[in-house]
Ligand binder design. Sequence first.
Ligand SMILES: Cc1ncc(COP(=O)(O)O)c(C=O)c1O
Length: 405
Amino acid sequence: MTAISLDSRLHTILEDRKGKGTFRSLKKHVTRENSDESDPSAKIDFSSNDYLSITRSKQLKRRFLQRVQETPTPLFGSTGSRLLDGTTPQHATLEDRLCTFFSYGSIPSRCPSVIPPPYESALLFNSGFDANVSFFSTVPQKTDYIIYDELVHASVWDGMRANERRGVPISRRKAFRHGNVADLRRILEDIVKAENAVNRRASTSTSAPHRPGMIFIAIESLYSMDGDLAPLPQMIQALNELQSLHPTSINPARVCVVVDEAHTTGIYGSQGRGFVYDMVERERARGSRENKVEEWVQVRLMTFGKGMGSQGAVLLASSTIRSFLINYARPFIFSTAMSVVNVLAIESAFDVIESNEGEQGRSIAPSSTIEFSGNTERERIKSTGDPTAGCQAPYFSLTITDITL
Ligand SMILES: Cc1ncc(COP(=O)(O)O)c(C=O)c1O
């Protein structure tokens, strides 16, 4: 009997996918500059993540070329993993800049007694995907929980799955309904109840008392599929309430909120520092003595492939988490570090988003959403009288129900 060839087997699977209407293929992207001006479809960008049109910025090009001129050779490839030859002075300088830029310490506090926590450190990754896989596959340990919004990015899923073999068992991974604070709260309360029951049993027997692990909560600040912001203020409020009810079970030493800011980097917060930074800034402006957001949110992921018009990502976390990832994260250890050229492109993109041009882009993005999101959004704004209603994101989702592929 002749074996069926590999191509033929794969072909059958792909044909099946075509039948289901989920077949993927690559389309060549036409940029505005290169396109035929008479082709209206090429004039409006409805699909990229270039929210500030930064990839077309003349300032970006100028700054990048200047940085290239000023950088001594070797300039292009990083020549190795970060752990070998790949940590160039340019990588280290960029990490220092990002650490300072995103640090909450840079927000002036109206309340002098509030000292920013000393946990900020920055670790560059070749992509946001690598960063999420690295974090979720290594940091959560066997006795920990991971609670995640059901719509978190595929990279978080891949990280959690990779973790399963040596870390958090599937029974300790719990999804809450998308953006649903009550559901998140229910899961946390169930964990507390179960632990209290174990502790009660332990107190009447000779077995050792339960040693609680960490609880990681994985969310995105802005979800790309629906264009909705995470209800982070309400989540923080729920955590505060739970802490006052169960202070030994729910507290910032035990609960670590991980926020993926892929779609808010460069777009939200002062000079594009992101959604969480914006919340902390508002909290400090109110003179709040309890800077709860920065206590609960201990890890942030900022990516550079979307609003920053470049590529790569940075994970902001404690220096211990940074060191742990350098030691255990396989995508970080076993991959060539990002090229020096890419590092310079990221530096240049930060030059732009910190400038007036970045400010202008950020102010235009929401109105463009209203412009193009059609009657639904316009009606919503008319009925609520709130110009920001329904346009939190520089993009929007349209649900098409009646479609034949
Ligand atoms: C929420 C979210 N996280 C992470 C990523 C991955 O980031 P990167 O494109 O840098 O790999 C994406 C990209 O689509 C994303 O949308």
